[in-house]
Design a protein around this ligand. Sequence first.
Ligand code: FRU
Length: 492
Amino acid sequence: MEDILNKAREYEKENESKMEGLRPSFHLTPRVGWMNDPNGFCYYKGQYHMFYQYHPYDNHWGPMHWGHAVSSDLLHWEYLPVVLAPDMEYDKRGCFSGSAIELSDGRHLIMYTGVSETVDENGNKTECQTQCVAVGDGVNYVKYENNPVLTSDDVPEGGSHIDFRDPRLFEGKDGLIYCLVGNRSSDTSGQMLLYKSMDGFKWEFVHIIAQNRNSFGKMWECPDFFLQDGKWVLLTSPQDMEAIPGRYNSGNGTLCLIGNWDGEDSDFEVENNQCIDNGIDYYAPQTITLADGRRIMIGWMQNWDTCNNYTPSDLWCGQMSIPREVTVRDGRLYQVPAKEIESLRGDLISVLNMKLNGEYSAEILNGRKLDLTVKVRPSEGKVYDNFEVRFFQKDNNYAFVKYNTHESMVTLSREFTGVRRAIVNKTSCSVDNKGGEIELRIILDKYSAEVFINGGKYAMTIDVYNDQSFDGISFVSDSEALIDIEKYSLEK
Ligand code: FRU
């Protein structure tokens, strides 16, 4: 049989030099080709590991491999050889998303969804998803001889055998390992199945801990489940969301459920729900806890609804977001850029207490790799309706983030960037009305903007693949407002 893994390893080694100069500065991109979901994000043997859904041969999705990169600060990444390829009968249609955990004997276990096909008596082919494991040392992984470890036999009655994917491993008490798997129930929407194991190889179904019941989209993909600040948090990426204007976008979305969970046999009791990121390009995030206790989240900085009709180059497509520190406060998930990003900062340039009525720009504030914070408040006795930061700008081509004080709405748009007629070009997010005051922290890195609003209470992310020479920044207010600007260039 063809050695599919080594073929991919050779290919990426031979072709990665073509990517020189094309990558963003501090966002992880595929070694070459296509990337989607983060997989197996973890700390193992003194390094952060990021695996990812990977099709090295093309800038579009294809038979899924697992790419691999390691880092000591979550910003400088070094590529390691691809670790999984679709080379077994049980995963020949792809090694789909999954996660990783360190076993008690120090070996590294990754669990992923193997996609295969079954043929019925009439010769019709159907896709089948099962959960598989591989064990390794942080570089090379060997698929377990008794794969798959969870099959359709382990799915509770009514659960789909086709939509059964994206195992999320997490530690229980006394060496127990849990695994949460996304599944489609008989009502056609998502549910989360909990399994347990003592060794990572023999698994037992425990309980359906959460059911969508058609409230948030259909199938729930890519779960993550963790205890943070006294609350349990379930992250998932639902397909086919219906929009709730200002709160959820339609299509492939992200969902954060916050609540309580009493363990194993109990249901996850949801108290609050929110979109994880109200922008366009964010999906399937995974989290880890660092040694200092911070929880860090990284998501795929792209969306299925928009990536198929535009790719940045013939050679690659897909990026991961910056690492974001997440906390839970007052029933909400907050996210801010991990403090590691500050190590990339150059000198501070600030413009404080400036009265703005109309448009302001200054050469010294321009750039496409920036950490930019803008605070806006009404000037005494005055009211402004709209405040806007334009970026990646040249003349009338620009992306923008706009705050409308009447609607208490922030809009992020790439409508006027000069490229890309994607189906989705703009999204909005309702924010609290603080009497016309808002704080926007914007991280730019060549092709993307990640916007953190009011101390990370809301986040919005967008990709913009326009010309790199379009590096203008401007600030626009339709009536007098007071603004503070703090800008750092970011350089690796
Ligand atoms: C989410 C997803 C996962 C699946 C993977 C396939 O983006 O659809 O559910 O495992 O992508 O690449």
